[in-house]
Design a protein around this ligand. Structure first.
Ligand SMILES: Cc1cc2nc3c(=O)[nH]c(=O)nc-3n(C[C@H](O)[C@H](O)[C@H](O)COP(=O)(O)O)c2cc1C
Length: 348
C-alpha cells in the first residue's frame, strides 16, 4: 500500500492512543506486524511544546519510518505551525485528529468536535496541507462517522478533504456522541471508501483475525487500524496478517515468546521515561498483558507495590516463567466463533 512517497509493508496499522502508543509501544507493534504507526497526538499549543510530555512525544529517535505525527487543535494557523514544527523534528507524515472524543480535546472544540463545524475543519485542513506540502510531507485525516447519528457527515468531509489534498483518511465507525459505546458500524466507512479515490482505513472494534477479514470485506477499505485490541496483545498484527494470507486461525504465541516481547518492551519503556515515571506507567502495559491469564489479576495488583524498574522486570519474568511451566502457549480464552484446534496454524 502506498502513502505519498512511502510504500507501507502491511495494511495493518496501530491506532494512535494517547498514553499508550508511545515510541516503545509503536516499535513493538511494528516488530510484530503493524505496517504503520501514528504517534500519540501532539497539541498545537506552542506553550506546551517544551513540556516533558510533548517533548517525549516529539522525540522519534531510532523509530523506523515513515514517522507519522498526529496533531490536534482548533486554530488553522496554529495547526499549520504545529505541522511545520513536527516536520522539522522528523515527522514524514502529518495526521490531523478529528476522531478523538476526549473531553480535554472536545471542550476546546478540537478532535472529533471539528466534524460539527465543516468550515473550520476545512480551514484547518487547508492550512496544514499548505504548510506540509511546502515541505514535501503528506497529510492524513482521522475522523469518526460524524458528530451524532443525525449528523453523520464523514462522506461529505472525506470528499472535501480529498479535494483539499489529504492523502489518506481513517474512519472510526462511531459518531462523536457515541464515545466508545455501542458497536462500530462499517456501512459509513464503506460509503466513504466508495466516495473517494485516496486510501481509506477502517477502524473500530477490530479485535480478531476474523473480525479483520469481515471489516475488510464489508468496507472494501485499503487498510485496517487497530487500537484497544493491541493493548497487551501487540502480536495481533502478526496473527491478522497470517489469517488474511492463509485463511487459518493462528495459535496463541508461546509463553516464552510473550515473556521476551514484554521484557524488551519494558526496557525500552524505562529508557524513555526513566526509573520513577517508567515503573508506574509500565504497570498498565503489564496489566493488559496478564489480565486474561490465570492468576493475572492478582499479579497485576501485586505490581502496584513495586517501585523499582529492575524489580518490576524481574517479577514479570518470574511470573511468565512460572506460567510457562504449565502452559507452553499463552492460555488465552478462545475468542467467540474461533475455529477448532485442527484449524490452528502453529506459530513455532
Ligand atoms: C486510550 C485511548 C487513547 C486514544 N487516543 C487517541 C488519540 O490520541 N488520537 C486519536 O485520533 N484517537 C485516539 N484514540 C482513538 C483510537 O485511535 C481509535 O480510533 C479507537 O480506539 C477505535 O479503535 P479500536 O476499537 O481498535 O480501539 C484513543 C483511544 C483510546 C482507547
Amino acid at each position: 500500500m502506498r502513502l505519498g512517497p512511502f510504500v507501507l509493508p502491511s495494511r495493518l496499522f496501530v491506532a494512535p492512543m494517547a498514553g499508550v502508543t508511545d515510541r516503545p509501544f509503536r516499535q513493538l507493534c511494528r516488530r510484530l506486524g503493524a505496517g504503520y504507526a501514528v504517534s500519540e497526538m501532539v497539541t498545537s499549543r506552542r506553550d506546551l511544546w517544551a513540556s516533558l510530555k510533548t517533548s517525549r512525544r516529539t522525540d522519534h529517535t531510532g523509530e523506523p519510518g515513515p514517522i507519522a505525527v498526529q496533531i490536534a487543535g482548533t486554530d488553522a494557523a496554529m495547526m499549520a505551525e504545529a505541522a511545520a514544527y513536527n516536520i522539522d523534528r522528523g515527522a514524514q507524515i502529518i495526521d490531523i485528529n478529528m476522531g478523538c472524543p476526549a473531553k480535554k480535546v472536545c471542550n476546546v472544540f478540537a478532535g472529533s468536535a471539528l466534524m460539527r463545524d465543516e468550515r473550520l475543519a476545512l480551514a484547518i485542513i487547508d492550512a496544514v496541507v499548505g504548510a506540509s506540502a511546502a515541505r514535501g510531507v503528506p497529510v492524513t485525516l482521522k475522523m469518526r462517522t460524524g458528530w451524532s447519528a443525525d449528523q453523520r457527515n464523514a462522506v461529505a468531509l472525506a470528499r472535501q478533504a480529498e479535494s483539499a489534498g489529504i492523502a489518506m483518511v481513517t474512519v472510526h465507525g462511531r459518531t462523536r456522541e457515541q464515545g466508545f459505546k455501542g458497536e462500530a458500524e462499517y456501512a459509513t466507512v464503506a460509503e466513504v471508501k466508495a466516495a473517494v479515490r485516496i486510501p481509506v482505513v477502517a477502524n473500530g472494534d477490530i479485535d480478531s483475525p476474523r473480525k479483520a477479514r469481515e471489516v475488510l470485506e464489508r468496507t472494501g477499505a485499503d487498510a485496517l487500524m487497530i487500537g484497544r485490541a493491541a493493548q497487551g496483545r501487540p502480536w495481533i498484527f502478526r496473527d491478522i496478517a497470517r489469517y488474511l494470507a492463509t485463511g487459518k486461525e493462528v495459535a496463541a504465541p508461546t509463553t516464552r515468546e510473550v515473556r521476551g516481547w514484554l521484557t524488551e518492551h519494558l526496557h525500552d519503556h524505562y529508557a524513555l521515561y526513566g526509573e520513577a515515571s517508567g515503573v508506574r506507567s509500565a504497570r498498565k502495559h503489564i496489566g493488559w498483558a496478564v489480565r486474561a491469564l490465570p492468576g493475572g489479576e492478582a499479579f497485576r495488583q501485586a505490581m502496584n507495590t513495586i517501585e523499582r524498574c529492575e524489580e518490576q522486570v524481574r517479577a514479570v519474568g518470574a511470573w511468565f516463567d512460572a506460567l510457562a511451566e504449565h502452559h507452553e502457549r499463552l492460555p488465552l480464552p478462545r475468542p467467540a466463533g474461533a475455529a477448532n484446534d485442527d484449524d490452528l496454524v502453529m506459530s513455532a
